[in-house]
Design a binder for this molecule. Structure first.
Ligand SMILES: Nc1ncnc2c1ncn2[C@@H]1O[C@H](COP(=O)(O)OP(=O)(O)O)[C@@H](O)[C@H]1O
Ligand code: SF4
Ligand SMILES: [Mg+2]
Length: 325
């Protein structure tokens, strides 16, 4: 465990969609998107969250910034519950950058209006101060001042994402949740945006939650990594340890199937890629159907994250983890 008090504590966070009954009294199907996620976020780190599409990354991200409410569990910022009433000041401190840069910006607003809104509504700044901050903000994200009077559709994907980043920073947050921030961009533009994010983090003392399905991108930015599978965190570790000696067979599969130069991304031989039914989750380890190390006890109950704990925050939800070479 880290001696530093975490900036954000996520505890047993769960989210289901659907459920309840129709007007005729029949039960509506209920989908489990997140199943008891607990994570700490420490000031100054970049926590990478990685996992295949549909594993619950965005649901977690949206709850962190208050766009989605948990079905159960808690998120605390500096010890205070983020979902309690009167938390506007708290909520401002955690901002979101969306995956799709252009569609996340209101097409009817100029960039000036988009960037001024958080300064006005979340910080309560007057006109003169907003103007001064706007100038600095566009400069900080490498945009030209004349862009302020233009509309989102006039920008490329990379420029639009820099506007999205500027909008998140306009609220002067402590934490930025970046949900697949470069996945929609060309590879050459990805590197520029990643460099920009790195510089902004250092200049502003930010803490990042960096979400991606792309392991290579997470490896290049994260100080610590959490691997998600089927709505749960299955392994956490300092980034270097995770990539050198993963404990969970799913993490190993992700690493083995990550693209390397001159090789197409491919699924390792024998892997079906089959996910359990989110409407009817199995009682045991959700990776059992794909796992080369599966044994009968894996199917009895969902292994908790600390069933294997190597210390220094390296934990895995696996009963028969990979041994360290
Ligand atoms: N608003 C919603 N209504 C119903 N199901 C949803 C909703 N949002 C997400 N889901 C489901 O929850 C699961 C997790 O989705 P998501 O968090 O978007 O995953 P990821 O970001 O990792 O791709 C998926 O099965 C998805 O279909
Ligand atoms: S608990 Fe069992 S099935 Fe699940 S990942 Fe570990 S070895 Fe595989
Ligand atoms: Mg997503």
């Amino acid at each position: 465990m880290s001696a530093v008090a975490p900036l954000i504590e996520i505890r047993d966070l769960a989210r289901t969609f659907g459920g309840g009954r129709t007007i005729f009294g029949t039960r509506k199907p209920q989908l489990t998107a997140l199943r008891g996620v607990s994570l700490d976020l420490v000031q100054g780190e970049t926590l990478g969250i990685v996992g295949e599409s549909g594993c619950g990354k965005s649901t977690l991200a949206r709850m962190l910034v208050g766009l989605e409410r948990p079905t159960s569990g808690a998120i605390r910022l500096d010890g205070e519950d983020l979902s309690s009433s009167g938390t506007k000041a708290l909520a401002r401190r955690v901002q979101y950058v969306f995956q799709d840069p252009v569609s996340s910006l209101n097409p009817r607003q100029t960039i000036r209006e988009i960037l001024e809104a958080p300064m006005r509504h979340l910080l309560g700044l007057g006109r003169a101060e907003r103007e001064a901050r706007l100038k600095k903000l566009v400069d900080d994200v490498n945009l030209r001042p004349e862009f302020l009077e233009r509309y989102p559709h006039e920008f490329s994907g990379g420029q639009a994402q820099r506007i999205g980043i500027a909008r998140a920073l306009a609220a002067e947050p402590d934490v930025v949740v970046l949900d697949e921030p470069v996945s929609a961009l060309d590879v050459s533009v990805q590197a520029q945006v990643l460099n920009l994010l790195d510089r902004l983090k250092r200049e502003r003392g930010l803490t990042y939650v960096f979400i991606s399905h792309d392991l290579a991108v997470v490896e290049s930015v994260a100080t610590r990594v959490a691997v998600m599978y089927f709505g749960a965190v299955v392994e956490t570790a300092p980034a270097r340890k995770m990539f050198q000696a993963p404990l969970h067979p799913y993490t190993k599969l992700l690493i083995d199937s990550a693209p390397v130069p001159n090789r197409k991304r491919e699924r390792p031989a024998g892997d079906t890629g089959e996910l359990p039914d989110p409407y009817d989750p199995p009682p045991g380890c959700p990776f059992a159907a794909r796992c080369p190390r599966v044994e009968a006890d894996c199917r009895e109950a969902m292994p908790p994250l600390d069933v294997k704990d190597l210390g220094e925050g390296h934990r895995a939800a696996c009963i028969h983890p990979l041994s360290r070479q």
